[in-house]
Design a protein around this ligand. Structure first.
Ligand code: F0G
Length: 478
């Protein structure tokens, strides 16, 4: 173990024998102390899970247990949409938990979007994670990682980011003054909405001449050298917090399991944590079946789709074809293949959680698809006109659903939840360019990235500054 990773617990009561980290490779299964922050298996270098000895922990026997917490909203831990489910990821003592009120999100029935994708009214729900304090789902995981960082006494926390992880880390650091945020971003690869958050919240912002994949490599090197706490989704504690997105979906559906969860795929943290959530709920007897998981890549960043669909890569109870994965990555490096999509949040070619995502799809069942930028932006416009705005990456879920209904993989009568991962205002440039009537504005943002036409533009009406003309325009168009 790197000495920089060996933090002593500041809390002597930490439950290190019933909660620990464990290598996800069943052939290895090495366990690691809860306090370790290397986030890689010391024996084989693989990914780690946070693991629980459920037999020795007080586990709720019914979902009613969580409803009882609604009555106790003056307790910040019960108010949090993440921590009110803390019995399902009990790694932190209550006095170490750092919450800023995350997880007050919506699961909204979306009939207009259902009509767009060809589903029956009442069968499609949008889980809107843009309502989190920093405007994306990341706060679900950040509160958990930040709590772990606090348990191990970290003073600095770092991430590489396409913009949302960094905004989330920065807001937790700013709101609590407990740590200094160090964020690595690819120069020119992050939308202004997200960059403005990191700057405003006071994070040390390192712009690297490269993309997310470069930034993630560098932040891992820097972490090793300086012993900074890493909050990217390779950190298994982040994924524990993200499980609660699924707990809230179930809660909103009155604890009925939907048929499908559709989620955009970038670094594949969400799909991994959703799979873990459902596996654990089944193990604990709280549900009897899991929904299927559909992961949607952007076509310009489609490593998972390629490997799963075209190369047939499967988890295979842990015996997945590692040489095939390594060869794919080596070929990508040799050709210097770069991710390229307007859905900048998921512009990622080397997803760190890929093995965990394979495991999730095996355990829950599921599919992987890709959507072009045009398909994503059209879906985004339909989400907006349906009453919930989202950023481009989030709309990949709806674009993917449209395909899956057309293919007959998802039936119009299935019950489906699409995850809208980030707020509309994260990337207003893409939205304005989409709806613009100015060809130059369209070209500058969308045309030059390959978008030729858009289906649902709501163009602003240009009128002279004259009352009669204004009235005429309103009568004509509204
Ligand atoms: N949607 C949004 C809005 C995101 O910001 C991200 C990832 C994803 C989807 C993909 O989620 O990695 O769990 O598959 N954003 C990261 C970031 C990479 O740095 O903000 P995933």
């Amino acid at each position: 173990m790197n000495p920089a990773d060996s933090h002593g617990f500041t809390d002597p009561g930490a439950m290190t024998d019933v909660v620990f980290q464990r290598c996800i490779d069943p052939r290895c299964g090495a366990t690691v102390d809860l306090s370790d922050t290397s986030f890689a298996c010391p024996a084989c270098g693989g990914l780690l899970d946070v693991a629980y000895d459920w037999n020795r922990l007080p586990v709720p026997t019914s979902f009613k247990h969580f409803e009882a917490k609604w009555a106790n909203r003056t307790d910040p831990l019960d108010f949090s949409g993440v921590w009110r489910f803390r019995d399902l990821f009990p790694f932190a003592p209550a006095d170490k938990i750092m919450t800023i009120g995350e997880g007050q999100t919506l699961c909204q029935r979306a009939d207009a979007v259902a009509a767009y994708v060809g589903m029956k009214p009442g069968n499609l729900y949008l889980q809107y994670e843009g309502m989190n304090p920093s405007g994306s789902f990341k706060d679900n995981g950040m509160t958990a990682a930040f709590t772990h960082a606090r348990m191990v006494g970290a003073r600095r926390a770092a991430c590489a980011s396409t913009g949302n992880t960094s905004a989330s880390l920065a807001i937790y650091c700013a709101a609590t003054s407990l740590m200094r945020a160090v964020i690595f971003i690819g120069s020119g690869r992050i939308s202004y909405g997200k960059l403005s958050q990191a700057l405003d919240y006071g994070a040390l912002t390192v712009q690297i001449a490269g993309d997310f994949d470069d930034a993630l490599r560098r932040v891992q090197e820097v972490r090793r050298q300086l012993g900074i706490y890493l909050v990217n989704s390779v950190n298994p504690f982040r994924l524990e917090g993200q499980k609660t997105i699924m707990f809230r979906v179930l809660e909103a559906l009155r604890w009925e399991v939907p048929d499908w969860i559709v989620v955009p795929g970038g670094n594949l943290g969400n799909v991994s944590s959703f799979g873990k959530a459902f596996s654990e709920l089944k193990e604990l007897g709280l549900i009897d079946r899991a929904p299927q998981l559909a992961v949607v890549n952007a076509a310009g960043a489609n490593t998972f789709h390629q490997l799963y669909d075209r190369h047939g890569l499967r988890w295979n109870a842990g015996e997945f074809d590692r040489p095939k994965l390594a060869a794919y990555m080596t070929a990508m490096d040799a050709g210097d293949l770069r991710a390229d999509t307007l859905a900048s949040a998921i512009e990622i070619n080397r997803p760190v959680n890929l093995p965990k995502a394979l495991r999730a799809l095996e355990r829950c069942g599921g599919v992987v698809r890709e959507a072009t930028d045009t398909e994503i932006l059209d879906a985004k416009a339909r989400v907006g006109s349906g009453g919930l705005g989202c950023e481009p990456a989030s709309a990949a879920s709806v674009a993917g659903l449209l395909k899956l209904v057309k293919e007959g993989v998802i039936a119009p009568s299935d019950r489906v939840v699409c995850i809208l991962t980030g707020h509309e205002l994260k990337d207003p440039d893409a939205t304005v360019a989409y709806h613009s009537s100015d060809p130059a504005a369209f070209e500058a943002k969308l045309g030059k990235r390959g978008v030729k036409r858009v289906a649902f533009a709501n163009r602003a009406v240009q009128v002279p500054n004259d009352l009669n003309e204004i009235v005429k325009a309103i009568e004509l168009y509204a």
